[in-house]
Design a protein around this ligand. Structure first.
Ligand code: NIG
Ligand code: FE
Length: 416
């Protein structure tokens, strides 16, 4: 089946030769074709070019996209989309003056979500998660990383990971799964962090590996959560199972997580709301990509990741939503892109690159996702009629997506 999309006003993120990672000034270049066509064969991008070179004969179906832009689907490389219930009460507590840390100290936060998740059946957890996934797909996300970490017992962590696996099977999006057993210290291990780490490493991790339930390993390296030594121990253990690290570091405090993660060959270091010269230095000449989560900064009113500092230092940057019930109850990548421009002073070109090419790198999908390149998955966004691509982040909070095509098919599938 060959579908030819014609009269595309602008085809964004076209890369004749695949690029895996954009750093520094290269992030400010967004290659695009005006008045273009895109040829899709089954689930794959077969060809693209300018309309004057189009050959409509070869297609089984021709779709006229007059006035619309086409760009690769967003790549959301950091989410906690599988969770039970919500935490709007903590949101109100924060409005009334409590901080995220104060709420966590009185038993709220991650432990609150864990308690709910432990009591929720696998079927119900799947149902809630499926609805969220469908919502973010409609918002243009075509590949997504999802973490465990609201289980905090062997049984509940495995339950989360199995739900992620089921989503992988049921939806035409690429999903990567990350084991985040070390997300918080559960109440029954309150004064025994070491004991909890033993349990995660000796009891849960081997089972996660045996059932092939995760692609990556994560830990919340932060004061009041896990130390750098905990992180190093976990990452070494996970390396034996070939689980590369994607870690939560520098959200509230700088405790040395970034240099340690880089040393342990982390694929990504995520959050970085606080960052010093030593961290920037550690990231230079490494294969670790920083990931900013602007919706978390927005929602809990903490500093934004210093994107300008990172990019101007010649480093790469990806952006993701952090979709979770506590610090970012939205998986809307359009909003993450807009917030990156508005609050982190990223240019529209940088933000779009960060949410596509660099997002794909941050979840190990560079060969199949992130750009309009022959041979990659035909997963792309068709916009409404818009005047320019800069309009996308400018028109923040409004929906400019007309249709989402996932692996060659419109989602949700339109019955002919
Ligand atoms: O990425 N910081 C750690 N984990 C999540 C928030 C977890 C929660 O509050 O439920 C985050 O922000
Ligand atoms: Fe997170």
């Amino acid at each position: 089946m060959k579908t030819l999309y014609i009269n595309i006003k602008e085809l964004l993120q076209v890369r004749d030769r695949n690029v895996t990672l954009l750093k520094g000034r290269a992030m400010n270049i967004l290659p695009r074709l005006q008045d273009a066509f895109l040829l899709v064969e089954n689930d794959t991008i077969a060809d693209f070019g300018e309309m004057r070179y189009v050959n409509t004969e070869i297609a089984d179906r021709v779709v006229d996209l007059k006035g619309r832009f086409v760009l690769p689907t967003w790549i959301d490389s950091h989410t906690h989309l599988v969770y039970a219930g919500n935490r709007e009460q903590e949101f109100v507590d924060r409005i009334n003056g409590l901080t995220y840390e104060e709420i966590a100290k009185k038993g709220g936060g991650i432990l609150n979500s864990a308690e709910r998740l432990q009591k929720t059946s696998e079927e119900e957890l799947y149902e809630q998660s499926r609805q969220r996934l469908e919502q973010v797909i409609a918002q243009g996300t075509g590949a997504i990383e999802i973490k465990s970490g609201y289980g905090l017992t062997k049984e509940a962590e495995l339950k989360m990971l199995r739900v992620i696996k089921r989503l992988q099977k049921e939806y035409p999006v690429s999903i990567k799964s990350t084991f985040l057993g070390a997300h918080a210290i559960p109440a029954n291990y309150k004064n025994n962090r070491e004991g909890y780490m033993d349990m995660v490493i000796d009891e849960i991790l081997p089972e996660v590996a045996r059932e092939k339930l995760a692609d990556y390993i994560d830990i919340f390296c932060e004061e009041g959560y896990f130390t750098v030594a905990d992180m190093e121990r976990l990452l070494e253990a996970a390396a034996q199972y070939d689980l590369a690290p994607k870690v939560h570091v520098n959200q509230f405090n700088i405790i040395g997580g970034i240099p340690a993660a880089v040393k342990n060959k982390a694929l990504s270091v995520d959050h970085l709301e606080v960052l010093n010269e030593n961290d920037l230095e550690a990231l230079k000449d490494s294969s670790t990509i920083p990931v900013a989560l602007p919706l978390c900064s927005f929602f809990i009113s903490i500093p934004y990741t210093p994107a300008r500092k990172i990019i101007d230092a010649g480093l790469p940057l990806a952006i993701a939503t952090d979709y979770n019930p506590g610090t970012a109850p939205s998986g809307n990548m359009n909003l993450a892109v807009a917030t990156s421009c508005i609050k982190m002073r990223m240019t529209p070109e940088e933000a779009i690159n960060a949410a596509t090419v660099n997002g794909a790198y941050a979840m190990g999908l560079s060969t199949s996702h992130g750009s309009i390149t022959k041979g990659k998955k035909a997963s792309f966004i068709i916009t409404r009629e818009i005047p320019s691509y800069e309009y996308l982040p400018y028109d923040f909070g409004n929906n400019n997506i007309d249709r989402v095509i996932l692996e060659g098919k419109e989602f949700p599938e339109v019955k002919a």
